[in-house]
Design a protein around this ligand. Structure first.
Ligand SMILES: *Cc1c(COP(=O)(O)O)cnc(C)c1O
Length: 354
């Protein structure tokens, strides 16, 4: 068992923060002064180090680079008006990280490394959390296999790290999306539910084709019939039809169980909506559109919270929406932001103080 006081901590002599303004910083561009690094060797996790953010020295034969045993998480920390820092639902990401680890045949990371390591790192980097509305500190935990040998098998060695990136308002312009009919993201029995690196590498080609055609992203469909919707790019998808909310269910293992998805469902229930987690066919969506009962469509994820969808194309059929008239999706974001920035009571106990 690793105790919090056992961490090896080496601090930078001078913070990089002096030269950087945290107003409107772009997503994922700047990293804070320190990172957490822990090695897994001889069947156990070694003592965690918090040290200056720096390049890793890795062998060309590094297993992760060849066979893709690599997983990650995305979490955010916020500052309230009094300057208190807290993290949004980190235990949910911790559980999901270890479920990804098990699917990829990697060792699970104990709570005293994942949660306590994150807390200690952020405590050191508190000044990097912008104290402004719509700003936050993005937290990126990740793990990869680090055996220096070629051969398809689980590694004996792994590295777990956490890096932090301050981020400004993520303006999510309403999106144009088309229903992807050729490429698939996830299949029953596959690993679509895991935040594993390969899922993202494998999705880029379809996204690039969509973007060449003037669309922002694709709506993925099920791999067997191309009939049921899955996710929108790297966001969970929500459809409001006749004032009932429908989002694809998790039972097939093809949907990433988003923390924002779960929070959205909770908030919608509080707002009095019925939420159905189930299979939803593209036919049902088109029928609702034709009947005038397709109220709102949006994606959810940590980066943007809620992204509205203003156009959805399936084959030659184009569905367009006047998103300025929507009220439900914007209300979800308002309510979730109020909890994150400490402006509304945290009745769900979603916030963990740093
Ligand atoms: C990370 C991710 C999401 C969103 O999950 P959050 O926990 O809400 O950030 C949705 N779909 C995919 C494929 C993802 O990778």
């Amino acid at each position: 068992m690793i105790a919090a006081e056992d961490f090896n901590i080496t601090k930078v002599k001078q913070s990089k923060l002096e030269g950087i303004s945290l107003d409107n910083v772009p997503f994922g561009k700047y990293f804070t002064d320190h990172m957490l690094e822990v090695d897994y060797e001889n069947g156990e996790w070694q003592t965690p180090s918090i040290k200056p953010y720096q390049p890793l020295s890795l062998a060309p034969s590094l297993a992760a680079l060849h066979y893709g045993q690599a997983i990650f998480e995305g979490i955010k920390a916020y500052k309230d008006a009094d300057g208190n820092a807290s993290i949004f639902r980190p235990y949910d990401n911790f559980k999901r990280f270890n479920s990804s680890a098990e699917r990829m045949e990697m060792p699970v990371v104990p709570e005293e490394i994942f949660i306590e390591g994150m807390r200690q790192l952020i405590e050191i980097e508190k000044d990097w959390i912008p104290a402004k509305p719509n700003h936050s500190l993005y937290i990126r935990p990740f793990m990869f296999s680090s055996d220096e040998a070629i051969g398809v098998r689980p590694s004996d060695k792994y590295k777990f790290l956490i890096i932090l990136s301050p981020t400004g308002p993520y303006y999510a312009a309403p999106m144009r999306i088309y229903v992807e009919e050729k490429y698939v993201r996830a299949v029953q029995g596959g690993y679509g539910y895991a935040k594993a690196a390969g899922n993202y590498g494998g999705s880029l080609h379809a996204s690039a084709i969509a973007q060449k055609q003037g669309y922002d992203q694709v709506l993925w469909m099920d791999a067997f019939e191309h009939k049921y919707v899955q996710e929108c790019g790297t966001m969970n998808a929500f459809f409001i039809i006749d004032n009932k909310v429908i989002t694809p269910g998790l039972e097939d293992g093809t949907i990433l169980a988003g923390v924002t998805r779960d929070s959205t469902i909770e908030i919608l229930k509080e707002m009095g909506y019925i939420v159905e987690e189930r299979k939803l066919s593209i036919e049902e969506i088109m029928d609702a559109y034709k009947a005038g009962t397709l109220n709102e469509i949006f994606g959810t994820g940590t980066a943007a919270t809620i992204s509205l969808i203003k156009e959805l194309k399936y084959k030659d059929f184009i569905m367009t929406f006047d998103v300025d008239k929507w009220t439900i999706a914007p209300e979800i974001k308002t309510r979730m932001d109020a909890i994150k920035y400490g402006e509304a009571p945290d009745n769900h106990q979603w916030m963990m103080a740093v």
